[in-house]
Write a protein that binds this ligand. Structure first.
Ligand code: NAP
Length: 252
């Protein structure tokens, strides 16, 4: 029987693949057989090394995602260089922390632009290409525990990640019949740049750890299995789902 998780010959576009969760996802997809289009503003040097070690190719498309200006060019470059896009992982994201009483418009807009607006318009650009070429595709959005919970001192982040959950469901409703799977992964607490401030705050670090049934922060490689599943034929009848990968956090 063919391996339903095999991604051989597929092209996966992963935003923010130079570090953190995006790097873990890109490497897992490459190990499952996919070539990687790494979209972001920093050179994905270490990711490139790991993808090549897995025997796959990596193309870096340099782009900043705080505006949607580069979206068309990102899809065009991927198709010109690698011939197609099969998978889009909307991973790039930022967080700004401040009391809601003091929160600025700049911190609101910056987070919403990267975490939500670029996610929607990249999905739209990929889906337009799939529809125009009469083929299906896979979209995996990176949500958060704050797609389900309120959080503290991160209003634009919570709004953006709750929005990611909403548009994942909306796009699944619109595109499932076109052979496009739109799903999300909701990571729990992972040790990356994004959570450095939390891990450096001894009291917050301790209270987070006490609530994680697995007893430790996640590693980027812990997301690999979920990413491969939602990018592969194994999930062909999965639409609009959000898969928590959280060491049990939401079960508490
Ligand atoms: P990270 O290490 O800070 O990585 C964020 C990635 O997004 C980096 O590649 C970064 O590029 C890229 N990025 C940020 N702003 C960008 C912009 N304007 N244009 C292009 N690329 C941009 O954080 P992470 O934890 O891996 O986060 C990845 C995703 O997972 C985010 O959506 C985050 O919200 C989500 N998430 C993380 C956790 C966690 O516990 N870590 C939990 C739930 C959800 P640079 O390196 O150039 O800045």
């Amino acid at each position: 029987m063919a391996n339903p998780f095999d991604l051989s010959g597929r092209v996966a576009l992963v935003t923010g693949a130079n570090t953190g969760l995006g790097q873990g996802i890109a490497v897992a997809l490459a190990q499952a057989g996919a070539d990687i289009v790494a979209v972001g503003r920093s050179a994905p040097t270490d990711t490139d090394t790991a993808v090549r070690a897995a025997g796959r190719r990596l193309l870096w498309v340099e782009a900043t995602l705080d505006s949607i200006a580069p979206v068309g060019e990102i899809v065009r470059r991927a198709v010109v260089e690698f011939g197609a896009i099969d998978i889009l992982v909307n991973n790039a994201g930022i967080i700004r922390r401040n009391d809601s009483l003091d929160f600025s418009e700049e911190d609101w807009d910056a987070v919403m632009d990267v975490n939500l607006k670029s996610v929607f318009f990249l999905a739209q650009a990929a889906a337009r290409w799939w529809v125009a070429n009469e083929r299906g595709g896979k979209i995996v959005n990176i949500a958060s525990m704050l797609s389900f919970q309120g959080g503290i001192r991160v209003p634009s982040y919570t709004a953006s990640k709750s929005g990611v959950l909403g548009i994942t469901r909306l796009l699944a409703n619109e595109w499932a019949s076109k052979g496009i799977n739109v799903n999300a992964i909701a990571p729990g607490y992972f040790a990356t740049n994004n959570t450095e401030a939390l891990r450096n705050d001894e009291a917050r670090n301790q209270s987070i750890l006490e609530r994680i049934p697995a007893g430790h922060w996640g590693k980027p490689s812990d997301l690999g299995g979920a990413a491969v599943f939602l990018s592969s034929a194994a999930s062909d009848y999965v639409h609009g789902a959000v898969l928590p990968v959280d060491g049990g956090w939401l079960a508490r």
